[in-house]
Design a protein around this ligand. Structure first.
Ligand code: AMP
Length: 470
């Protein structure tokens, strides 16, 4: 028997944040909110709660349900709390880097949880270190705490000062002494919503967190807005210069949960619409539409509906797959692939199949699925992708590989078709994606598809540099 690593055909999600103010069970609610946001990060999770004048933190690696038991939550009593689920988009992946990040100075206590990615963090860090700041982690989120500690004035002035220094993407929740703070960068790259639960205020990356705790959606935190909540009262300031909105389209395509409303639009319905557009743009004679579970489901349904074809979940996914598995000595054909997906032979044999996927990144998933379907006797396999070719990395909080690993950055659609072994391959056009998003009346960031980047990193890595040149 040998231990093997499952090929990483999925990348890692970004992060999710929650904040609660003015509720006697704040940490329980934060825990449930994180539970709902688990899809946004599975590497680590943490909660900071404020009780009286003290803040307490509990963090761990793994899933929310494994990190927080009843005893832990009982110990975390208090009326305000923030929480975080993480997969790293910056910094390495040790417990040291789990969030929220809590810091105490002689003047105050600050806890911060951050979703996003700062693009000038190395410059700020170097500057802060030259003034004597000592960093405890490699997370970009820690710079918020140091910047706040060095700022002068009341809390809103200190926040304004700190946030005007950072560039890039941030949707933040913070506990600054007795105040819950929620802030979103001026472009609004990542989502952040505000809700109410009785007299308490709630903030979360996605509205599915509100549904679980029975909170009512109030509104989104505006791009560039800083919200301060203290003793039940909410104050909003917009001190940062206004810029064009750049809400991440990939939240709608892949990241967010389908039951969330992101940027005022339900994610499931948006994905379905992308699928309908795809069917209109790239129709094909076929017998069945089969989704790549789970993120391809809604787009497949839209495709099937518009194409008038039956929808079958004929590629079953094992949801309990870990990164490593023990392989038998005698190799089994397609073993590694079947660990995760298995086609239903009885449904696919002899059929012309449209496989609908939300995105192709390195091409690994589809390459395997197409060969599985062929082995199961599919007659024709037509791949349809409900987003345009991913040709650029993300610098705003989504973990995408470098440009040289992105299959569509280096190969034509016809070359990719051959590489994955499909009979036909078509992507949704950028125009169709923009049409669907435009109906929401917001400005969007689709740089990973269009190359239209704003707020580029001040510090690009060698790997990423060609992106800016080419
Ligand atoms: P690949 O197999 O490399 O082509 O990756 C495509 C698969 O990964 C699709 O099933 C997507 O749903 C999923 N995916 C795309 N982007 C990401 C991301 N940033 N993190 C996690 N999964 C992703």
């Amino acid at each position: 028997m040998s231990e093997n690593r499952l090929p990483l055909d999925r990348f890692h999600d970004e992060c999710g944040v929650v904040g609660i103010s003015g509720h006697p069970e704040a940490s329980h609610l934060a825990y449930l909110g994180l539970y709902a946001l688990q899809h946004r990060g599975q590497e680590s999770a943490g909660i900071v709660v404020r009780n009286g004048t003290q803040m307490h933190v509990h963090k761990g690696t793994g899933l929310v349900a494994d990190i927080f038991g009843q005893d832990v939550l009982r110990r975390l009593s208090g009326r305000s709390a923030i929480g975080h689920v993480r997969y790293s988009t910056a910094g390495d992946s040790t417990l040291r880097n789990a969030q929220p990040f809590l810091a105490e100075s002689s003047r105050s206590q600050v806890a911060v949880a951050h979703n996003g990615n700062l693009t000038n963090v190395d410059t700020i860090r170097a500057e802060l270190e030259s003034y004597g700041s000592i960093f405890q982690s490699t997370m970009d989120s820690e710079v918020f705490v140091h910047l706040l500690a060095r700022s002068r004035g009341d809390l809103s002035e200190r926040l304004t000062d700190a946030l005007s220094r950072v560039r890039g993407a941030y949707s933040l929740v913070m506990l600054c002494d007795d105040t819950l703070v929620a802030a979103r960068d001026p472009y609004g790259f990542r989502p952040l919503s505000l809700g109410r639960l009785g007299a308490a205020w709630v903030v979360a990356s996605e509205t599915c967190a509100f549904d679980l705790i029975g909170a009512e959606f109030e509104r989104d935190v505006e791009p560039g807005e800083i919200i301060l909540i203290r003793r039940g009262r909410l104050r909003s300031i917009q001190p940062l210069p206004r810029v064009e909105e750049r809400f991440c389209v990939f939240e709608h395509i892949y990241f967010s949960r389908p039951d969330s409303n992101v940027y005022g639009q339900n994610v499931y319905q948006t994905r379905k619409q992308l699928g309908r557009e795809l069917a209109k743009e790239s129709p094909v004679e076929a017998d069945l539409v089969v989704p790549v579970l789970d993120s391809g489901c809604a787009a497949s349904l839209g495709f099937a509906e518009a194409a008038g074809l039956p929808y079958e979940t004929a590629l079953i996914r094992n949801h309990y797959v870990r990164r490593t598995f023990i392989e038998p000595e005698q190799s089994i054909r397609l073993f590694g692939v079947r660990v995760k997906h298995n086609p239903i032979r009885e449904v696919v044999a002899g059929k012309r199949i449209v496989v609908v996927e939300d995105s192709i990144v390195r091409g690994t998933t589809l390459n395997k699925l197409v060969s599985l379907l062929r082995t199961a006797g599919a007659q024709e396999i037509h791949v349809r992708v409900s987003s345009p070719p991913t040709t650029g990395s993300c610098f705003y909080g989504i973990d995408t590989p470098t440009k040289k690993e992105l299959i569509a950055a280096n190969h034509s659609t016809e070359e990719i078709r051959k590489m994955i072994g499909a009979d036909t391959l078509a992507y949704l056009s950028l125009e169709a994606l923009r049409r669907v998003e435009a109906s929401m009346k917001h400005g969007f960031c689709d740089a990973c598809f269009s190359g239209d980047y704003v707020a580029l990193p001040e510090e690009a890595t060698d790997d990423q540099l060609p992106l800016f040149k080419g």
